[in-house]
Design a protein around this ligand. Sequence first.
Ligand SMILES: [Zn+2]
Length: 454
Amino acid sequence: MKYRIFTLLALLSFYASFAQDSLMFRKISNEIMVHANCYNDLRVLCKTVGHRISGSPSAAKAVEWGEKAMKAAGAEKVWLQACDVPYWYRGKENLDLLFGGKYVHVDALSLGNSEGSGGKTIEAPIIMVQNFDEFNALPEAAVKGKIVFFNYRFRQDFIFTFEGYGDAVKYRGGSPTVAAQKGAVGVIIRSMSTGEDDFPHTGGTHYKDSVKKIPAMALGNKTADKLEQACRKGQVKARLTSECHMMPKMVRSYSVIGEIKGTETPERIITIGGHLDSWDVGEGAHDDGAGCVQSIEVIRAIKALGIRPKCTIRAVLFMNEENGQKGGQAYADSAIARHENHVIAIETDAGGFSPRGIGLVMSKEQKEHLAQYTHLFLPYGVYDFSREEGGSDISPIHDKLKVPLAGLMPDAQRYFDIHHTNNDIFENVNHRELKLGAVVLTQFIWLVSEHGLN
Ligand SMILES: [Zn+2]
């Protein structure tokens, strides 16, 4: 009997604690859905700073914006963490394709980090391949002096679009090197895009040191379709001019950090972050202005609700995710130098869409511990905790210090229509979806601060 009463009491207190958690979840949600400032922050970032590639004057402006926004949100301490970043400069660019005996200008974007034609015009026949296997089977003589069109399509059969991106992105990263090795003078790729439109997508590429750095441009899907048809009919030529290049010197830049000190265990740190830099097109709204303003919103909501978290909460706007991860590396190096104790690092860098899951990179025991609480997220549309997803800015702290990671996973069906294009603008972010992401991040952070990971 005694044992039964004890079990009953234990069960009751267990459920009482869940009831309290679910009440706090509701409070956080109400605060953010009604009073959030993240949508307004995003408007200011997108419309007064705009796109902000690492090392550029607008990235410096974004740092100033971030510092101000973090202070306005009520962070108790705000500081800048230095890192030296590469600065890739696009300049002017043009691509004409010879369709039916006539040169036509088409929309195209040079790939990030690529070296252009030095402003000169390269005119050459195009040779089309569908994938690397087809390219590898070509003799050098068939490639030499040509512009290679890699026509690999983003696979539509992956429901989790990040898998489709992972599958296709090797063509953005690897095409210039393999083409140069066989003497090609340039590369054109079909964008890594799920879109049924014509926006070209930029994004980082790289060259092997041993090869000539040939120009590389991306086409939107519609133009790529046209080029594919023309190539099937006969010979197509291109006229390519571009000025893009990597600046010779690294530029001093900064990540922006805002902090709320923990009450019971202030030495234990929970990091939430997104990246402040973007590619030099559009406004970097989904990628990753959304993640920055959500991270700032976490701070604002905690202060507004008067929550005194057990652990220290740190929001970080990382610099240089897109082409170097120097901000993420500096953050990990500083954590090592200061002997910091990090409980978990969380990233939001998958677009400002409705949250659907939280990726977890941690031990089986830690995942099992969190599994007790995952039902609390169901009323907020979040059900998927099965994926090993963190984020690239927080991966250095995981690699170097074994810090567990989490990554917000929104509904990413439209993310790869927009990602790295001129269409990644404020108007394409929905205020409710953006706020819901901030709600779920704040709930998750509160939960880990309160109950730990084991
Ligand atoms: Zn991003």
